[in-house]
Design a protein around this ligand. Structure first.
Ligand SMILES: Nc1nc2c(ncn2[C@@H]2O[C@H](COP(=O)(O)OP(=O)(O)OP(=O)(O)O)[C@@H](O)[C@H]2O)c(=O)[nH]1
Ligand SMILES: [Mg+2]
Length: 340
């Protein structure tokens, strides 16, 4: 990424073009724009997202979700993965989402990486985000932010603490989801109880340097995961150690392999369409509640009618705003005609 890019362009379409050239300043400006709730900014954000090229996004790019319980070593593993990707010359964008859970005492990903890399790596962009969903789980703005990062970087990593719903939420917005498992924590039983074993594409049992507890957890998980998913992908269980680096190259390889599997089975357009729908439903629910969705004839109808992925995100963004328009009118109506 060009650290010395020109001043951030004001027009959203120009901003999108600058993003695609990998300009860091454009990336920062675009993320700030998405964070701004003022009406003019919301309109600019709509134009910005609509101008992002879908073809590029469906190309080689990879959106990865990294989740798992507090303190499992997600940030440490992220750091090891980033080293490898940067070593291959790939630009990496990271969204570290803190769903406001009490910290385990682990260093924040952003701070850790900035310390290690001196904050000077022009091919690494990190943004921390406090999740603001009122309903628990990830807030809706994570998806647009990930799209903006994806326009500028070959790999985008969304790290979030897996607290109940967030594990499922992160999977709904990522191409590939990796769960980091903390050995000797009862995670295996938890996974089976909650049925969340269906969610991840890669399982990483971290802290292999602790010995037997990690080996045991990996063995139990592998035993419960003997099936191959309907889409033909069998979930690997990897024993890794962020501390010693053992297994981290294999972890990067497994993530790559899942991305290659999506491409080979031509599943990526459907996966990305599913991500768009998950975002739209979440945003509509946040803004208008369940009643809003019912006024639009319900979730199933919204899923069915969602457009097929196009050359840009414009089709999806415009469709979303078409759904939103009558709901906004209903909200505004009592204000416009207080006597009516
Ligand atoms: N022994 C051992 N400790 C590790 C390993 N990886 C991480 N840790 C330690 O585990 C603690 C938590 O690591 P983090 O990487 O911050 O974990 P996290 O999952 O990102 O934590 P939160 O973001 O707070 O949920 C730190 O003290 C790390 O040093 C590992 O492979 N082996
Ligand atoms: Mg962390």
């Amino acid at each position: 990424m060009d650290a010395a890019g020109p001043q951030s362009p004001v027009e959203p379409e120009a901003l999108a073009a600058a993003l695609c050239r990998g300009e860091r300043r454009a990336l920062a400006a675009a993320l700030n724009l998405l964070d701004d709730r003022r009406p003019a900014a919301v309109e600019s954000a709509r134009r910005l997202l609509g101008a992002l090229p879908g073809a590029r996004l469906y190309g080689e790019r990879h959106l990865i979700g990294l989740t798992g319980p507090p303190g499992a070593g997600k940030s440490s593993l992220a750091s090891a993965l980033i080293e490898q990707w940067r070593g291959r010359g790939l630009r990496v964008g990271v969204l570290a989402v803190d769903p406001s859970s009490p910290s385990s005492g682990g260093a924040l990903l952003g701070d850790r990486l900035r310390m290690q890399r001196g904050g000077r790596d022009p091919g690494l962009f990190i943004r921390s985000l406090a999740s603001r969903s009122q309903h628990g789980g990830l807030s809706a703005e994570v998806w647009p932010m990930a799209q903006v990062l994806l326009a500028a970087c070959e790999i985008v990593l969304v790290e979030t603490v897996g607290v109940g719903q967030t594990e499922v939420d992160v999977a709904a917005l990522a191409d590939t989801t990796c769960f980091v498992v903390q050995p000797a924590s009862g995670d295996t039983i938890q996974f089976m109880k909650a049925g969340v074993l269906e969610v991840p594409h890669v399982l990483a049992v971290n802290k292999a340097d602790l010995g037997a507890a990690a080996t045991q957890a990996a063995r139990e998980l592998a035993r419960t995961l003997t099936r191959t998913a309907e889409d033909g992908w069998s979930v690997p269980v990897l024993l890794v150690s962020a501390r010693t680096g053992a297994g981290t190259a294999e972890l990067a390889g497994a993530l790559d392999a899942h991305r290659a599997h999506l491409a080979a089975s031509r599943a990526l357009p459907a996966v990305r369409r599913g991500q768009q729908i998950a975002w739209a439903l979440r945003q509509l629910r946040e803004d208008f509640g369940r009643c809003g969705l019912e006024l639009l004839s319900g979730e199933a109808r919204i899923r069915e009618d969602w457009p097929l992925p196009g050359k840009s995100l414009a089709g999806a963004i415009e469709h979303y705003h078409r759904l939103r328009a009558p709901l906004l009118e209903r909200v505004a109506a009592p204000l416009c005609s207080p006597g009516g």
